[in-house]
Design a protein. Sequence first.
Length: 368
Amino acid sequence: MQQQISDIVQHGVIDPNFKFSDADFELLSTLRYDPGFTHSDGRLSSRRLEEELDPRLSAADVHGELGESPLSDSGEYSIDAIAEMLGEMQKDTLPLSPPPEMDEEAEVSEPDLKKIFYNRFLLLGEQFKRLNLALRFFKWDFEIPLELLLEKLIQALPCPFELATDLSSRMQALLLVKKCYKMRVLVSSSGRMRVEAHELPGNSGSFATASQYFINTVLKGFLPQQGEVWDVFVDTQATVASPFTTFKTTRRNHYNAARERMTELATRVHNPASKSEILVYNSAFELMEGSISNVALLLNGTEPTKSFYQTPFLTSGCLCGVMRYYLLKKNLITEGNIDVRHLKVGDQVLLLNGVMGCVKGVIRNSLE
């Protein structure tokens, strides 16, 4: 899969004469740290240090592929079927009684701690593979080991105990801390890596299991209840497909310019939503992505009950995002060519990235 992405980018997207300087940008990876992915309500079972996600939700080991969900063999990915499946998964994983509180003084082995913290970083294995894929594409002559990436992420988390300086004591100190963070990993061509942690609002709901929490936090855009809906605008100018649209970097002038146009477009909307996104497209009017997200458009299937979400092909120049890949491998979305000139006011979309998961959006303008 990684080679396929690289081939698509190199031969199907990027102008072979495209010029860039290594010195003026860093590779960027953003991901969610969330203790709710490994246990609920800050509790750990004395018999089970980590509550596993339902296998249909969990990602693969870093060296393997994501498993696919058996939703449909016909190629029709019904939103109703997905919502029903997610509802059943939440029912199936309800415990008979809450797990007992873990003794805060209890020591957990370092291998167990590393497994827990690995699973608290959303799709970390895929983030690791995408980061090293970008390093190879830009011909930066080094790789980042997974062990080092995990350690740097953990060390960047704000810790309540100043004396917890080594990795093991830091993980032990953070084990029962419930705060969620947006993590930013920045890598320069010289090999320097820095990691930032920015606190996120927690999920206000109460969930009995990690699977319930994951569905209502990461996959909430698929749930039938309305929740928060973003305003989504179609850009008024095309964006050039380049390595800086396919890979996430700090060179974001094209996205910043699009977001400035979004601010102007938003002034025309009556009763705007609290959050908004703008969709960018290439010179062939093929939808690529949002300025901070991948996107999937809700389309009608062969029957009224067979509606499904479709995301643009990588050949459009879109970001090879980890959440996009996860949803494709789980058969929750499909791929296709989407002409932005056909998008209409009121069309529904799914916005997705490695921090917020997926959320619903509604298109508020059109190119016509």
